[in-house]
Design a protein around this ligand. Structure first.
Ligand code: SF4
Ligand code: SF4
Length: 473
């Protein structure tokens, strides 16, 4: 039975409730009166339930859909302004004992090169990432109790935070590793991780079983209840996501929002981020063999509807998507993107050869970080390398209450400008630097508080003239 606060995944991601939600959405997809009332509620910026959001997703009325897109764009502007937070994935190891049928790291794939970075190799990777300008990483690894132990992860995190190269530093380490125990989550929290990310892949239990035939990940309930254990272990910033294309998107959409509602109901804080990857080609994975792939139009609609349903949750799109698709969804709600990504183990220090192939997926947007930063600024976005909240202890419900009251805005723009200035001084090409200087000059005027504005002006000068770094609000 559907029970939002239950400890069991079968209840809080209840199959019948999802089917009822889809049925309700189908019955009401042309109910303009209801759709209008949902949109009115959404304008209050307090979010929508999975049922309400599912009606919006099902709606085919062009005018109403245009209203949704406009509202998503406005909510994005209200909460995130024109800032886009930058990050990069860092693959630590592709050893994996699981049998996920959509991922080339599955245990039966014998022709992919298996690698696990040593601490020395991690140093080289991190220096290469710092030299690009990155400050925020998402660590990635397969599940392998022998090769990828918690001790290994803890050592990696310590190594990464310890590397200070020129003016570079990784200031926030997020981690995307297999579901684990409360005790291990506690250790990750103590090690100073930012967000714990775990993609559900699919919320459809029967499909999940087929897609995960072997290995510890095949336990749907253990996997789906991972965020509850993470929260119990003290990690209050968690990142959800599904891999669109594995099952029907409307099912996944309802499940994803039910998961967010469950975390909010039980722990008082919803997900920090939601990622929206779509299945893509990789070593022995052919995306055309998955029949639930979604079009670019549906993808854009999903992004817009998530933005409307959970206004306070950051949304991430990776380099799986092309420049064109990323450009489209930036307007609709995406707040974080990766740039210059390598999806192989050890690919930053030295690009790997085709024979070596240890990539998890083929990157579609292959531009360098400088090119991505340049592109964003030409569209009037501010690329932000800010990591301030986590370092100032603004996590979990503290972060969410600042978000909900709008006070976080007093920090985000100043921090974005100061970290962008650091980037321009240390890493940007001359063209990017010129565009960035003009953008900063213009955006300073948008800081509403005079006192804050003056501090930012002073700090920008210190960054430029005195080589000072790491100012934050
Ligand atoms: S998705 Fe993760 S758990 Fe599954 S095979 Fe790939 S690396 Fe392993
Ligand atoms: S101030 Fe906080 S919410 Fe704003 S960009 Fe920085 S880390 Fe994110």
């Amino acid at each position: 039975m559907y029970d939002i606060t239950s400890k069991s995944a079968d209840d809080f991601i209840n199959h019948e409730e999802i089917l009822d939600t889809i049925k309700y959405a189908d019955e009401n997809k042309n109910n303009i009166k209801l759709i209008d009332s949902i949109l009115e509620k959404a304008k209050l910026r307090k979010g929508l339930s999975h049922r309400e959001a599912s009606v919006l997703l099902a709606c085919k009325d062009e005018n109403k859909n245009n209203e949704m897109f406009k509202l998503a764009e406005q909510i994005k502007k209200d909460f995130y302004g024109n800032r886009i937070v930058m990050f990069a994935p860092l693959y630590l190891s592709n050893y994996c004992v699981n049998g996920c049928v959509y991922c080339p790291y599955h245990a039966k794939n014998k022709h992919i090169a298996r690698k696990k970075l040593t601490q020395e190799e991690i140093k080289k990777e991190v220096i290469a990432l710092q030299d690009m300008g990155h400050k925020r990483l998402a660590l990635e690894a397969g599940e392998d109790p022998v090769n990828n132990t918690m001790d290994y992860y803890l050592e990696c995190i310590k190594t990464i935070y310890s590397i200070k190269h020129k003016n570079g530093a990784i200031r926030r380490v997020n981690i995307n590793i297999a579901a684990t125990t409360v005790e291990n989550y506690r250790l990750l929290k103590e090690a100073g991780i930012g967000t714990y990310i775990l993609f559900q892949e699919t919320y459809h239990k029967e499909s999940y079983k087929k897609l995960h035939p072997t290995g510890p990940k095949s336990d749907y309930n253990y996997h789906t209840e991972a965020m509850d254990r993470a929260m119990k272990g003290g990690i209050d910033d968690v990142g959800l996501g599904v891999l669109f294309g594995l099952d029907k998107y409307r099912y996944e959409f309802a499940g994803l929002l039910m998961h967010a509602e469950h975390l909010e109901a039980v722990f008082g804080v919803g997900p920090h981020t939601i990622s929206v990857p779509r299945i893509c080609d990789a070593d022995d994975i052919d995306k055309s063999s998955f029949s639930n792939g979604i079009s670019d139009d549906i993808f854009a609609k999903i992004v817009a509807c998530i933005r409307i349903a959970v206004p306070y949750t950051g949304m991430i799109v990776s380099t799986r998507e092309s420049q064109k698709t990323r450009e489209r969804v930036l307007h609709l709600g995406i707040s974080q993107i990766s740039g210059g990504s390598r999806t192989s183990v050890g690919g930053y220090f030295e690009a790997e050869s085709e024979e070596e192939n240890s990539r998890q997926f083929d990157v579609t947007d292959t531009r360098s970080l400088d090119e991505v930063v340049n592109w964003l600024m030409k569209m009037d976005y501010i690329p932000s390398f800010c990591t301030a909240c986590y370092r100032e202890g603004r996590t979990g419900d503290r972060f969410m209450s600042l978000c909900k009251s709008g006070q976080i805005q007093n920090c985000c723009l100043p921090n974005a400008l100061m970290t962008l200035q650091e980037y321009l001084m240390d890493y940007a090409s001359s063209e990017t630097k010129e565009i960035g200087e003009n953008l900063i000059h213009k955006e300073i005027e948008n800081i509403p508080n005079e006192k804050v504005k003056n501090i930012v002006i002073k700090n920008l000068k210190l960054i430029k003239d005195n080589n000072k770094r790491d100012f934050r609000f």
